[in-house]
Each structure stands twice: as C-alpha cells, then as structure tokens.
Design a protein around this ligand. Sequence first.
Ligand SMILES: [Zn+2]
Length: 329
Amino acid sequence: MTAAGRFILGLDIGGTKLAAGVAGDDGRLLSREVIPAGTEEGPEAMIARLVAMGRRVVDASGVAPSDIAATGVSCGGPLDIRTGMVREPTNLPGWVDVPLVDRLTADFAGLLGGRPVYLENDANAAAMAEHRYGAGRGVRNLVYLTISTGIGGGVIVDDRIVEGESGNAAEIGHMSLSHDGWPCPCGSRGCLEAFSSGTNIAQRARARIVAGETSTLTSLAPEAITAREVAEAARAGDPLACTVWDETVAVLGAGVGSIINLFNPRLVILGGGVTAVGDQLIAPVRRIALERAFPSMAAEADVVIAELGADIGIVGAVAAAQARLMGPA
Ligand SMILES: [Zn+2]
C-alpha cells in the first residue's frame, strides 16, 4: 500500500458532541470539525449530520477521497465491533441496536467507494490513540483510564487492545470496589465510577452541604458545583472540599493499584476532564497506587496524564481503524 492510501476518516460520536477529522500515518489531523451532538434528535438525524460533517472534513483535508483507506468510528458502548451494531449506550438515548457500520458504509459508498468502516468502543479507541500517538508511544503494556462524567478504560497488552468477545472489555469504571457501596447507573454497587467520576465528586460535595456542613462552596448554586469547583476549593484549603478530594484520590489510587496488579502495565495513563487539575490529582493517585500494588510490579509501573487533548475521540477512531487495517503499531 502506498502512503497516499493510508489516510483515515475518523468519526467520534459522544453524548455532548459529534466530531470528525482526517489524519495520515502520523495521526496528525489535516482537518477537523466539532458540532453539538443533539442527542434529542435521535440516531437518524444525528447520523445524517455526522455523514455531512464527514464529507466536509474530507473536502477540507485536501486528501483525495480515493486516498482514504478506511473510516474509524469511536462511540460509547455497549456495542458490537464484530457486527458494527451500537447496542444501547447510556449517553445516546434512542440508539437501540443501530447497525451503524452498515449505515455509514452505505452513506459513504459514493464518496469512499465502499472501503471499510470500523466501529470501536470510545474508551478503547482513546487507549489506542494514547498508545499510538500519545503518552504510551513505544510502550507495549498500558492501561488507559478516562475520568470525566463517567469512568472508562482500555487495556493494551503486547501492543494490542484487549477487545473481549464483542469489543466491550475493560469497563474499569465498573469494577466494584465495595460490594455494598453506592448504587451505580450500571445496576451494580460500589463501582469506581460511582465514587470518583466528575459527576460523583460533585454529588458527594453537594450531599455534604445538604447535610449541613459549612464550605466556601455554599456560595454557589448546587447545580453550579462541579468537580472543578471542588478541586479549586480543595486547593484553597476548604475542609469539606479537601475531604471530598482526599476520598476521591484514595479510591482512584486503590483502583489504579488494582489495575497495576491485574495487568502488570508499564504505564497507567489517566485522561478525561477531571485530569485537567494536573498534579493535584495525579500526584496522590500515583503515590497511593504504587504503595498499594505489588512492589515488584509497582517498580515497573508509572501513572501519568494523557497527552492527547480534546481531539482524542477523533484520533482514537483513526488509531482504531489503523490497527484493524494495518495491524498493531
Ligand atoms: Zn457501575
């Protein structure tokens, strides 16, 4: 295959935005566009807008459509990468058993000549992006964890993503750390996500305020309290925020320690909106995780922040398509 045939169209379907871009071998985006997801419109209208945006980014990239080897799609699970079906993602209401790959293959047939479309779970796609183009370059074994409204994960073993039977493996956010802990939207209890996601950091702060604890956060409307405000207040020494933040990093540290014991990775890479606070999160999580993991595996591991920023969804879709088309990095 010539280099010219290695361009990939990457599509990212999220609960808040749809994104698209075209990239070459080096993963750099030659064009990109982001639009609101508009999930209230349902799958048909969203797919139509995604396809229109895909056409625009191909045009804007300057790459001839005949030089685009494949399309990658990153989407929230559960889904089935073997059949290309999106099952029923919690962040995409109305998307029940949508044959997304068949639909996109047909819609792009005129432009891209029926070349393959590959579907990938969004967290696994992001792990593949960090492995190929981000903090995990050159690392054979890594685990990626995204900490935002929820917690997602992806595991790379011997340079390959661990897909499981249908492509939904590594739901690390739904590892139950406490069998009778807080209820989780997934139906289980005590999940890592039910305690340490951005949503739950804010929820725990609000619950303490409702219970009558004092805090600088009481100057905000309850709905204005997010993980970012809790982190800021903790940095300023607010006792309530400090308690919530210390709990958060303790649970995350324990979870990451377990991940190190499970997979013996060289790197655990943390991404997602909550990691924007940098050292305030990563330093205690690293310390606790490495203290709690087996010493031999802790000595080989490190915990770092993801390198790819807001475009990780598009780059993940590109990396997923490259892995399926051309083999591991
Ligand atoms: Zn759960």
